[in-house]
Design a binder for this molecule. Structure first.
Ligand SMILES: Nc1ncnc2c1ncn2[C@@H]1O[C@H](COP(=O)(O)OP(=O)(O)OP(=O)(O)O)[C@@H](O)[C@H]1O
Ligand SMILES: [Mg+2]
Length: 350
């Protein structure tokens, strides 16, 4: 729900602090395809497939959603159900412990429902096998009895759409991947799309923000809508307490980014730690992901899923077969090796 601005700063801050960011994200989550900004080609194709399935009165083919965190996989799965006008049932692979968990869900699905499984690369083999038949034939293999007397029965289920999301497409078994008829691969957003997302979110949150501020914020959001919305909320906090809270401008964004230690390439402190580690400890690389993750105190998943896509897109690291390497741009950005003229503060000048 949109939050109205009030003059009582205390109240707003307190009420907002009680909610985790993800819960507030829901208010900003687009519900229809035309509110889902960016990813143009993917959206155009999906819109055609949805129209065609609706016209035929069928369920949409199974959809595989892949890409880094915070780009809109879960959001798009919800949108598909909304656009198809069907039920949405949500779970994640680790929650599907036993085959009976899956049977329970699938036998209760309404016709054409969207069944969303997050982190689909983490499915247990027994569940995965069961899904193959469910996806292909809308049937379930159910074992009755035990030992030599055990028999397999096939139970029919209603047609449904499996929407499987993952940040690690390479870890999903190929027989499963091949059963998805539609693949939506998310890549980092264009800065114009991020700018449009800032304007939309600002409208919902009743925040006034000028064009220059939108431009700078969009370059500092890792081309990721979730980061965009979080940064916008933090900027609103800075605006409120600075008492110049009528409009968010360039000056305020610069101030806010500096406070959050986000630099002119949109890098956070941990991004810089990663680059520094590769350059200073490992002579610029190559260094393996496991070693690098341990060195910077993060998990390999966080390193690979969250930090690396942006560092690669920004041209600061390269992924080679022998490991991660820092690029010349990374050396220049951190003022390392030969260009020590600039002081630490200069990185925050825009
Ligand atoms: N195309 C978009 N247009 C507008 N807002 C978006 C878009 N994509 C994502 N968002 C916003 O970003 C937030 C994060 O998106 P979402 O939770 O769908 O990402 P995700 O890909 O499922 O991430 P994870 O891999 O961490 O589960 C959403 O709550 C929504 O507010
Ligand atoms: Mg998600």
């Amino acid at each position: 729900m949109a939050k109205k601005k009030t003059d009582n700063t205390e109240n707003v801050l307190h009420s907002e602090l009680d909610l985790p960011d993800d819960e507030r994200d829901r208010a900003l989550r687009p519900l229809r395809l035309d509110e889902f900004l960016g990813q143009k080609e993917m959206k155009e194709n999906l819109s055609i497939f949805i129209k065609a399935a609706r016209a035929r009165g069928e369920s949409l083919d199974h959809v595989f959603l892949t890409g880094p965190p915070g780009l809109g996989k879960t959001t798009l799965a919800h949108i598909i159900a909304n656009e198809m006008g069907v039920d949405f049932i949500e779970t994640s692979a680790p929650a599907l412990d036993k085959p009976k968990d899956l049977v329970g869900i699938l036998t209760n699905l309404k016709s054409k429902a969207v069944f969303f499984i997050d982190e689909i690369h983490r499915l247990k083999p027994a569940i995965e096998e069961m899904l193959y038949i469910a996806m292909e034939d809308y049937e379930l293999d159910w074992i009755i009895g035990q030992g030599p007397a055990a028999r397999t029965m096939r139970l029919p289920i209603r047609p449904f759409t499996l929407a499987g999301a993952t940040t690690k497409a390479g870890m999903v078994a190929s027989p499963l991947v091949s059963r998805f008829g539609i693949t939506c691969h998310f890549s980092l957003y264009q800065s114009e799309d991020i700018a449009a997302i800032i304007r939309r979110s600002a409208g919902i949150m009743d925040i006034k923000i000028d064009d220059e501020a939108v431009a700078l914020l969009s370059c500092s959001s890792r081309f990721t809508p979730r980061v965009t919305n979080r940064l916008l909320r933090r900027m609103r906090d800075f605006a409120q307490v600075s008492e110049k809270n009528s409009i968010i401008n360039l000056e305020l964004i610069r101030y806010g980014l500096q406070k959050l230690q986000i630099d002119n390439l949109g890098l956070e402190k941990q991004d810089r730690e990663i680059l520094k580690m590769i350059i200073e400890r490992y002579n610029g690389g190559p260094v393996g992901a496991d070693t690098l993750a341990i060195s910077v105190g993060d998990t390999v998943d966080t390193l690979e899923d969250f930090y690396e896509p942006y560092l690669i897109q920004a041209g600061l690291i390269e992924r080679t077969s022998r490991g991660r390497m820092a690029t010349a741009l990374a050396y220049r950005h951190l003022n390392l090796q030969g260009s020590r003229g600039r002081d630490e503060e200069n990185r925050f000048l825009f």
